[in-house]
Ligand binder design. Structure first.
Ligand code: ADP
Length: 249
């Protein structure tokens, strides 16, 4: 309900007074953002283009260093940890599939990196393929899959090693309307089945309102309001929030 952190907790993701400045920008890309994300929560960063959503997500992922503030996961300060040490699943646009590997091998890759026994890898890959409903195309290469199927492989690959949270940056952005709706339902189902924390970035109000437990509305690098879809829709605290939620794409 509040943009400020609630009571201190050692669980979940805590973003405390995080700022990111880029040299050429007149104002910070992310400006003193504080936010607590509860374990298992579906949290969406919603806002117009350039409002700082991707930069915030990239700092949580460990792709972009913080200028100020801290980020902790389950009580552990990860602000200075390298991305691969944070134990987070990511589906970012730049995280494309390996083109020379089948869907199944793409999904197995993070498990092989962690030196998991072969039999366990096979079981987990089968479960992940089932989760995203891709069992029949397990042996196809990415180029033999549709855009929606490729994105589902990326989702399966991101959750197969049971990370602490899944970070999703506009994962439906490149898809047509029908596939978007379909994949949106898949993501909602994955969240229900896995019970994992999801952080989802979008500029699409409808996506945010239908998927999220809570939404953080970004505007010019700041979080204007945090709340459930109902709270934001019924009691917007600023004109910006009211206008932005009222728009449709
Ligand atoms: P959003 O995800 O809401 O579209 P971004 O986080 O991508 O917004 O961008 C926020 C601001 O930071 C924008 O003004 C953008 O141009 C700027 N920005 C993002 N990344 C960089 C970078 N690597 N170097 C300089 N400016 C950047």
């Amino acid at each position: 309900m509040s943009a400020q952190p609630s009571t201190p907790t050692s669980h979940g993701i805590r973003i405390a007074n995080v700022t990111k400045e880029f040299p050429a920008l007149p104002r910070p890309a992310v400006d003193d953002v504080s936010l607590d994300i509860a374990p298992g929560e579906f949290m969406t960063f919603l806002g117009p283009s350039g409002s700082g959503k991707t930069t915030m997500l990239s700092m949580i992922a460990g792709f972009v260093p913080l200028s100020e503030g801290s980020i902790s996961i389950d009580g552990e300060d990860v602000s200075r940890l390298k991305a691969h040490k944070r134990d987070l699943g990511v589906v970012f646009q730049q995280y494309a599939l390996f083109p020379h590997m089948t869907a199944a091998r793409n999904i197995a890759f993070p498990l092989q990196q962690r030196s998991m026994p072969k039999a366990e890898i096979a079981t987990r890959v089968r479960e992940a393929l089932r989760l995203v409903d891709l069992e029949e195309v397990a042996d196809r290469l990415p180029k033999q899959l549709s855009g929606g199927q490729q994105q589902r492989v990326a989702l399966a690959r991101a959750v197969v090693y049971e990370p602490r949270a899944l970070l999703l940056d506009e994962p439906l952005g490149a898809l047509d309307k029908r596939l978007r709706d379909q994949l949106r339902r898949e993501i909602a189902r994955m969240h229900r089945e896995l019970g994992m924390t999801f952080i989802f970035v979008t500029h699409d109000q409808e996506e945010a309102l239908t998927l999220s437990n809570r939404i953080a509305v970004f505007h010019e690098g700041k979080v204007e309001q945090v709340g459930t879809p109902d709270e934001l829709y019924e009691r917007p605290r600023t004109l910006f929030v009211a206008r932005f939620l009222g728009e449709s794409n």
